[in-house]
Ligand binder design. Structure first.
Ligand SMILES: [Zn+2]
Ligand SMILES: [Zn+2]
Length: 248
């Protein structure tokens, strides 16, 4: 009997997936055109998503020019609260526009492609670091209500599915809405993020956590959340961002 039920359930899931595809046909994360069944990006658009290549900074994961260097210039002079981070794409061209739509234009389905690439590129690294859970960078509640979703959370969920890791969306809360970081200098960014996050669990369930976000700029946000996790008892923090600028 049990097998029959499972088979029925499986059939229902397949039907549901087909129905969702018909209602929201999967679209290319670069050109937003309709995709051929079973693909996540058009052939022609693949080249526009520039995947990061070695050498990369051993701290933040930014691509650097000089293979002799261990860290990018930023990380060489600035300590971070996280131990190591990785990114998937260079923040320019097609990916830059893709991330804009992912964040502001409701294109949540792009997360499937981003997560597949992230898992292909860094799945082994996540395993080697014995990561126990994924924590998306939280968005201020009012902002999330207005926008409808938090893009970091959407990416985290897809990545969690791929890597079979739990996603903890409520472990850290954003208690202050912060002005967009892009208009601020380093010092202002830090002040802006002071006390913006709060640890919500009273028991520390994990020792090794992976933070995830869409774009890495200076790392101030990741550092601020890492700080809160460390004060809550988490020992080791790494991160994966979908995209990152080129370092020096
Ligand atoms: Zn395309
Ligand atoms: Zn770096």
């Amino acid at each position: 009997m049990k097998f029959g039920r499972n088979r029925k359930k499986k059939r229902e899931n397949v039907l549901l997936a087909g129905l969702l595809d018909a209602l929201y046909p999967p679209r290319c994360p670069i050109c937003d055109g309709l995709l051929l069944p079973g693909t996540l990006i058009c052939d022609g658009c693949r080249a526009q998503a520039i995947v990061l290549r070695e050498p990369v900074c051993k701290r933040c994961g930014k691509q650097i020019r000089d293979a002799q260097r261990e860290y990018c210039l930023d990380c060489a002079k600035k300590p971070h609260r996280y131990r190591q981070g990785k990114a998937v794409f260079v923040y320019k061209g097609g990916i830059r526009q893709s991330l804009y739509r992912f964040k502001y234009a409701g294109k949540r389905e792009y997360a499937v492609f981003y997560a597949r690439e992230a898992a292909d590129l860094h799945g082994a690294w996540v395993q080697k670091n014995q990561i126990e859970a994924i924590v998306p960078i939280p968005m201020y509640r009012g902002k999330q209500r207005r926008r409808g979703y938090n893009q970091a959370e959407v990416f985290a969920e897809e990545l969690g599915r791929r890597l079979q890791l739990p996603v903890e969306k409520k472990m850290v809360r954003r208690v202050r809405d912060t002005t967009p970081q892009k208009n601020l200098n380093e010092k202002e960014r830090k002040d802006n993020l002071k006390n913006a996050f709060q640890f919500t669990d009273n028991i520390v369930k994990y020792k090794r956590v992976l933070l995830v976000d869409d774009i890495y700029t200076t790392g101030s946000t990741i550092d601020a959340v890492a700080e809160v996790l460390i004060s809550g008892g988490v020992r080791d923090i790494c991160y994966i961002c979908i995209s990152i600028g080129v370092g020096f």
